[in-house]
Each structure stands twice: as structure tokens, then as C-alpha cells.
Write a protein that binds this ligand. Structure first.
Ligand SMILES: [Zn+2]
Length: 383
């Protein structure tokens, strides 16, 4: 929903707002550039269709339903609740450049209170706001999954001698080869990603485990991996009595694994996540982000195009009315698609899929049917 001109043809840069003359200063103290008194200037990132740059208009913050995390050991395994339709749970059109954390937090907290939100997967735009996003989420007891920015990957922060790596407390005895691990880039192959995840999984053995969750006061207590029996060392007798599946990493003689349970103050670990960043489980949890991307693309051409030219209205209230109807229509469409694909529509519904045929036990060799052959030997489908 923007009223900006396309980027300059001369240099390709989008400088609309930078060069624009302000008409007045709005009641919020920000400049008004257009007849649309509620529109403001903001920055946006590049997409396939447009360059990054400044623009004048509004931005839409949406919350999309994804399956919640079921059980996880934070590293290797995670299960999810059953799939849900990709509906938009809340949407808030605000002037461009508004504070993102302050915009979405009330909606998330309300959804959590009403029982619709157990954990959050956050877009990159929100993950930097510790004070207005990450900490309020922790206070509300809502776990968040995010992909740290490259500069957040740095190590060096410690709490009571224990390094904090990507928001998680680790033992100071993490092997050097595992200290500096980089997340694979966006274009990494599945193979590269699996190799990276196995390194992160190895390092995750050295994480501290939570001994006491954040109660009303937000403080937490943590136990070191040798005491918790996740890593064994010959110099620490009790750790050797643990199962041999735990990796062995011997400490020098006379070196203690830790000094007892570590007490951590409220808000000291703002980037803590339900799964350890970079591990196999984390990739699965973070993978739910694709559902949100699908919904974004539905709003940008798949179902409706809400970008430039969506409405020719200049009043926020009227735009909200138009948008509410659009999004309600999208949700109806999405729910029907979900019911259709999962064969939940009534049998006499015109769009209902035929009932699923029972799978027969595969036959081998002489009596095999086409469906029993492996995909390599099966004849290609008729086109
Ligand atoms: Zn210890």
C-alpha cells in the first residue's frame, strides 16, 4: 500500500522520500509527505520486483498460524502439533517506519492470552529489538524462534564465566573447533546444511541445561553439561557413570567443570530459543517460516495484490475496512483449501476430493503392480 513513485530511472535508486518536501509535521512528530495524512516514510528491503529504498505509505504486519512445537530435546528431535490452515491471525496496517516491536507485541500477547499462540517464529525485521520484542515475549512466557543476524553470531559475552553463544549458555570447555560455527547461507544445498547442522548438534552437547525455569521473577538456574551428564570426562568421576552415548571430552586434571549451579538474572538471555540455533531441530522449527512466506506471496499476487494500487483511499479507517474484508476472504479461501486437501469437506461438496483409496500391500517380482515398483523402475506417467 504505497503511493510512491517507482525508483529513479537515472540511477535506479529509490529516493522518493529522501528528496520529497514535507507538507507538514504530523501529530506524531513525523513528517507528512503526501495528501494521505496518515502515510509516513519508511525503509523497505529489496525483493525480486523492486529495489530497496525509502518509500511513503503504510506497512502491514501480519501474524500467520503455524503448527506449534510439540516436544523437543532442543537439538536432534522435535515434533509438531497437527497442521493448521495458513490463516492470518492478526493484521495491523500502520504508517511506514512505525516501531515494529511495539506494533506487533500487543497482538501476540492477546493471541497468547486467548490460547492461540504457544510459540512465535519471528521475521528478521523483529529480531533485533531486544527491549520491545524479545524481552516482553520472555516476560509473557512465549518462546521465540529467530535466525540471528550475522553480527549476532559473535561470541565473547559471558555470564559467570560461561560463554553465551547465539543466546544460549555453553560450557567454557567447548572444544575450540566448535566455538566459531557459521550458519550456512541462504543458497546452501541440503547437503551443506546437514553437514553444518551435525557440527551444531555436536556443540549443543556442551550447552547448559535449565535447572529452573523463569518463574514470576524471570530468573533462571542452569546446570553445566558435565554435571548434567551430557558430556563425560575421566577427571570427573560422576560424569563417567553416565550412559556411554554421551560424548567424552576429557578436562585437564584438577580443572573443575563449573562452580555449581549458575543463577541468571531476568532478561540476561534475550535470544534464548526453544531449540539451539543451527541444530537439526532448530532447522525444522525455523522451517515453519516458509509457511509465512507462502502467505506473504499470497498477499502479493497469489490471492490478492495489496501492494501498490490496492486501494485508492487516503483514510486509515477506510483502508482498514477494505483490508479486513480482503483478509477475511483470504482466510475463508485458505480454510476451504485446507479442508479440501485433508478431505474434510462433505462428500457431496462440489469441490470435495474423491475418498482416498486404501493402500494395498506391495507385491514383488512376478505379481507386482505398477504402484509396487520403485520410482526408478516405474514407467513415467502418461502426459
Ligand atoms: Zn559442572
Amino acid at each position: 500500500m504505497t503511493h510512491a513513485r517507482p525508483p529513479s530511472k537515472r540511477n535506479g535508486k529509490n529516493t522518493n522520500a529522501r528528496n520529497a518536501r514535507a507538507l507538514e509535521i504530523g501529530p506524531d512528530g513525523r513528517k507528512v509527505y503526501t495528501k494521505d495524512r496518515d502515510a509516513r516514510a519508511g525503509k523497505r528491503s529489496a525483493t525480486n520486483r523492486r529495489a530497496a529504498g525509502l518509500y511513503v505509505g503504510r506497512e502491514l504486519h501480519i501474524g500467520v498460524a503455524v503448527p506449534r512445537i510439540g516436544k523437543t530435546d532442543t537439538t536432534a528431535h522435535v515434533s509438531f502439533a497437527p497442521a493448521v490452515p495458513r490463516v492470518i491471525m492478526f493484521a495491523d496496517p500502520v504508517p511506514a517506519g512505525s516501531h515494529r516491536g511495539k506494533t506487533v507485541m500487543p497482538h501476540i500477547v492477546a493471541a497468547h492470552r486467548d490460547g492461540f499462540c504457544e510459540d512465535v517464529v519471528a521475521d528478521a525485521g523483529y529480531t533485533l529489538m531486544s527491549d520491545h520484542f524479545l524481552l516482553p515475549l520472555q516476560e509473557a512466557g512465549i518462546p521465540v524462534t529467530l535466525r540471528p543476524k550475522s553480527f549476532q553470531l559473535r561470541t565473547g559475552d559471558t555470564i559467570g564465566g560461561a560463554p553465551v553463544i547465539l543466546g544460549q549458555l555453553f560450557s567454557p570447555h567447548v572444544p575450540n573447533v566448535l566455538v566459531d560455527l557459521a550458519l550456512p547461507g541462504r543458497n546452501a544445498t541440503a547437503d551443506e546444511r546437514a553437514r553444518s547442522a551435525s557440527k551444531f548438534d555436536q556443540r549443543a552437547c556442551f550447552r547448559f541445561s535449565r535447572h529452573k525455569g523463569p518463574g514470576a521473577d524471570g530468573t533462571t538456574r542452569w546446570r553445566c553439561p558435565y554435571c548434567a551428564g551430557r558430556v563425560r570426562s575421566r577427571t570427573i568421576g560422576k560424569s563417567m557413570r553416565r550412559p556411554r552415548t554421551a560424548p567424552r571430552y576429557d578436562l585437564p586434571r584438577g580443572v573443575a567443570c563449573c562452580d555449581r549451579i549458575l543463577l541468571v538474572g531476568a532478561g540476561a538471555l534475550p535470544m534464548m530459543q526453544p531449540t539451539i540455533v543451527g541444530t537439526t531441530a532448530w532447522w525444522e522449527v525455523w522451517g515453519r517460516r516458509n509457511i509465512v512466506e507462502t502467505v506473504n506471496s499470497q498477499l502479493h499476487g497469489g490471492f490478492v495484490e495489496i501492494d501498490k494500487g490496492y486501494v485508492h483511499l487516503l483514510h486509515s479507517d477506510r483502508i482498514e475496512v477494505a483490508l479486513a474484508h480482503t483478509l477475511a476472504g483470504y482466510n475463508r479461501h485458505e480454510i476451504k483449501q485446507f479442508m479440501r486437501v485433508n478431505r474434510l469437506l462433505d462428500a457431496d461438496h462440489p469441490e470435495a476430493l474423491p475418498p482416498e483409496r486404501k493402500k494395498r500391500r506391495p507385491r514383488r517380482n512376478r505379481v507386482a503392480r505398477f504402484a509396487d515398483l520403485s520410482p526408478h523402475t516405474r514407467p513415467p506417467p502418461a502426459s
